[in-house]
Ligand binder design. Sequence first.
Ligand SMILES: [Zn+2]
Ligand SMILES: [Zn+2]
Length: 245
Amino acid sequence: MRSSLYIEGRAGERAVIDTGPEFRLQAIRAGITRLDGVFLTHAHADHVHGLDDLRPLCREYREKSIPVYSNQYTIEELKERFSYAFRETQQGGGKPRITPRVIREPVQIGALSFTPIPVKHGILDIVGWKITETRPEEGGIQEPPGEAVYLTDTSMIPDTSLDLIRSPDVLIIGALRVRPHETHFTFHEALQAALQIHSQRVYLTHICHEHSYQEVEAYCQNFQAAQGCTGIYMGSAYDGLELEV
Ligand SMILES: [Zn+2]
Ligand SMILES: [Zn+2]
């Protein structure tokens, strides 16, 4: 299925990054019944064309629709592509109740904060997301926050963005294939970027169908052996993968 990420905070906060064409099937499988926010990386079809299936999740939100966050360009594309969702229609009209929001700073949902990370997808400016969970103080001890970074469809990470995402607990990063591509990292480029970011757990996502899961795993192992960085985890993400941070 197309790449996306569902996030559950310890206090029950729920959000999703990207609503691709299989969003409905993914939401059913993951048992999603409510969402506090939707975070989009960009408006390409494989990341947003399941947006309409937010509809049943809007039921609890009659008073308040679900906020959808992304950069200006993505939100403008969204309003064009899903114009019916933003027009006045008859009562009971079947459309998702969503509120588009252009992000300018981190978005706070309970103990979770979502920081937009500007990255390049070819010439397109798109958004990666850093998710940080503040942990409650227990017995005078403050646990450090948990941090995960989700970057997909990336071909370049500006230095200013690298500074925002140093050493997350988990990094999920898009890696299309072995052969070069104009708008996506190859496996090698994604793993190189992961070394710069310094995460202990790295998962490749948005992999094309040229490579099997086993081939991607073998590629990661060979890369680590060649780079001498065997102390960290580098591997392939897959449908239904669950991670605890
Ligand atoms: Zn894309
Ligand atoms: Zn894509």
